[in-house]
Design a protein around this ligand. Sequence first.
Ligand code: NAG
Ligand code: NAG
Ligand code: ZN
Length: 506
Amino acid sequence: MHLSKTLALASTFNPVFSSSILFSGATVIAFDEEAEALKVIRDGALLVTDDRISGLYSAAEIPSISDLPEDTEVVDSRHKIITPGFIDTHRHGWQTAMKTLASNTTLPDYLYRYRGDHAAAIWTAEDVYNSQLAGLLEALNAGVTTTLDHAHHLWSTERSRAGLDASVDSGARVYWSPSFAASGDYSVAKQIADVKGWIKERQNDKDALTIIAAAYDAWDSAEVGETQAVVKFIKDSHIPVVTTHWLGRVWPVNNSPESLHAFSLLNTSTAVVFSHGTGISPSSASLLRATDQFISITPESEMHYGHSHPYAHHAMDQAALGVDTHFTFSTDLLTQARIWLQRTRSRLYDDVVERWRIPSSSPMSAAQAFLLATRQGARALRRPDLGVVRVGAKADLVVFEGRSPGMLGWNDPVAAVVLHANVGDMVHVLVDGKFRKRDGRLVFEDYEGRVAGPFLRTAEKLQSVLLEMPPPVLDGRMFGFGCEYARTEVADVQRGDGDGYGELFL
Ligand SMILES: *[C@@H]1O[C@H](CO)[C@@H](O)[C@H](O)[C@H]1NC(C)=O
Ligand SMILES: *[C@@H]1O[C@H](CO)[C@@H](O)[C@H](O)[C@H]1NC(C)=O
Ligand SMILES: [Zn+2]
């Protein structure tokens, strides 16, 4: 974009209240909307005015300070790479306090021990708040600027509200999605009434970064009256995003696009995000395309727990990435993009090698992995102003150091970010034009006193209770009616008949 156009845009902002930042000298991974493709600007500049990206300049066009709005802060960004903030389309922020407890859990073990009634019995509102806040700051530190938070902690009014309050206080962009499911005497009707009240309370806050969305996992299993009440709430309240755990195949939990379509929910203005999509078929993929709805592939989670994800690579045009239960593994989207890239390559190479042939092409590119972690997430949430660097988009940005030992020598910035960068290389993170991480450190007033201290007290308390809880005995059928359980073969890194599996250091 040329300077004249940029200044025309910048001048539409009130000069008294606007604030601008120029990242000068950076390589920018921008997006060309017309070509629908990434576009790299080398050694150029990016201007942020208030909450938006207001200018993008090639090396020859970098404006001089006198051409910029008054009080523009110039951030020397030579040798840096600027990307959009990463978008996590599936996370449970409240679970942070259980970190490392479940390093070798399976899905049924997780469902019994770490959520639902067992969690409801031990978590207080304060615990939910401390854990959610620490988790969102962990995500921001890792360049995740937008989270679709599947909040399955609706155990009482106070404990539900605590997750919303922590989301607001985090400074991240959060689609806080209360997951309706009766818990003790906190009925779905009461939950809906509470959430309606909170939406009303927040309706005048047009700049709010936390947006109330909705989650529901009982499309096939609840009394139809309950599901209809949830659908009525979603439609009446114009909820922008709805999310659900879609498994299927061996899992006795479905929530497929067909199930939601039966409630006329796919073809409205509401975005619907289906996490995992384990049971995706050609016809359900067609339904996603016809209604422009998305799956959230959570590669590390699906590999960790054993959901499996056999066909998701056939529907990447309607897919974004997510992290899921970040207390059990990585919290950043780069790791997810990398795992999914190599998992997909491996699977598609195998098709060839199993035919006793030599692969002569590579099945997936780093640019595709990058788009899954950024623009595809924004498309899933129906937010064309997120997940891309272009003039007019929200200034949700990550600035990478390009001269750390791991990055030194890069030529292709997309390959550098997707295949060589790590969270330690993320020097600045901005949300809505504001620094949330600066010079490698979170910008959060009194992080030690307000976040780390209270969080560690919560973690210590909950972990000591959870460690006393015996693991479930998994025999017979899942939930009594699903498929039968079976043991996996166990890897062994020690020779002989000893048990080399080792222990958990808890
Ligand atoms: C969704 O609505 C559009 C426009 O009304 C229509 O063309 C399309 O067939 C609908 N898709 C489904 C799956 O109902
Ligand atoms: C996890 O590891 C511990 C320690 O070796 C073991 O007792 C437990 O059975 C393992 N859990 C699963 C689900 O395999
Ligand atoms: Zn999940």
